[in-house]
Design a protein around this ligand. Sequence first.
Ligand SMILES: [Fe+2]
Length: 568
Amino acid sequence: MYILGLTTLGDSAATLIKDGEMVAAIEEERFSRKKHHSGFPYKAIQYCLDYAGITLKDVAHVGHYWKPWILRHKAMQALKSALISPAMFKARADRGVAQVGESYLGMFKHPQRLREHFGASDFKFHYLEHHQTHAASAFLVSPFDSAAILTWDGTGEDTTTLFCQGKDNKIKVLKRIKLPHSLGQFYSAVTNYIGFDMFTGDEWKVMGLAAYGKPEFYDFFSEKVLIKNGNSGFKFDIKVLDHHLAKHYQFSETIVKEIGPGRKKGEELTEHHWNIACSAQKVVEDTAIHLVKQIKEMTDEENLCMAGGVAFNSVMNGRIFHETPFKNFYVQPAAGDAGCSLGAAYYVWHQILNKPRKYVMNNAYWGPKFTNDECQKALDTAGLEYETLPDEVLLPRLAKMISEGAIIGWFNGRSEWGPRALGARSFLADPRRADMRQVLNDKVKLREWFRPLAPSMLEEYGKEIFGVEHHDPFMITVIQVAEEWKKKIPAVVHVDGSARPQMVNKEVNPRYWNLINEFRKLTGIPLLLNTSFNIQEPIVCTPENAINTFGNANFDALVLENNLVLRK
Ligand SMILES: [Fe+2]
């Protein structure tokens, strides 16, 4: 039985499962080439069907990640905010009306849309609650029979934080926190305050910048903005900081008095902003730990699963993993809204159809793959010269080139699910070179100097490099690097001595493991610097995307499966 899961608004995506096993999953942005693509994921669905060699007729159920009839309390919010300020009312009303009109109501047409575009089919369509699909995406493909589940984001229909417990094939909702109390919206508002764009991935920048600052404004944020609130969880005071208004650079008197006016785009980024980022980050971490301790008390589970946009805060995750009483953790690589498509499919299979669990998702490679023939055709069309080499020759040669300073665009197997490059579509470089971060940020990726770069490493060396047992296949936790390793791999150690590793397993991605191992044989260093293969656009998907990027950018070699192109 085939089940299709859909995310259709913001980070649109599709996931296809067959009898409870993953078949394919991908974000629409990888095809449309628009970051965080919002809108019906036609191309992602087509890819999933093609990969399985089926048509929509073969799909028995479709799970959708949102219930459009819960109108997100938009009208209520607008009315409430009218009492606070006319500007807030206008900002909220504009956004609310546009969203409800164009997007949420449009969701009622999805079954019809599917049939019009992909042909007649008698699938059953299920509208599911947003946070419950997040919860399903984390727990139902985890290795645990039983776990506490925390999901947190900007907002779902009206819920922003959901406490659940998973047992076998069922998820039980324990408690919810609703708008306006939202960790994600707090973080987005701070993102805007610092002069970045919320909801477009700029939240990463705040986290990167936080490592440079001091928590000078911690007390202000924790006492007046994001406030721990005993058993209820937390409060977010939107009268002090409202993310809708922050978008228009309108900040409350309290904010301006306590931490000054917001930074506008293009204005200098100073230590003052680092300190704001650091303070906000720390308040989010402490609030999150407060919630994690609560769910531990409520469930007494040993295992914790997390999802929702906030679960991408890898610094927060590192602290949760190492400072709370849970023993084991699972976050699947598309923890944000794209991952709800996966959650929706599994929710239907287990929660609705009551099928037993047997599947564990241990890898992120659910996108398209291309044969050597297909890669060669694309290279021939582009008029590029290349050598085709077997792995025994290619991998040692690449390791040597990297050790001599080359930056490689590496295209290997099925593309990654989720925003992290995990060795399928990655730029690879030498982690020993202190200047490599700057070279990559400035000359290749064309982005801010403070963005950290992360390592992919042989899983076997975790304890040695971090000094503690640490396992993370999906690059979702930040952890301190052991003292003696910091100076050996400066390009992948952040300013605060931390790193965000991907632990590569030999069985899960043998080709990538072998490449890192060749580098280890040559240098004694069992890791490579790995950053996503893209420049100011979604991660490359096809050989053509990779060739385009090679043409527009400044890196030394392109590897499309077994085909090597050197820059002349
Ligand atoms: Fe979400």
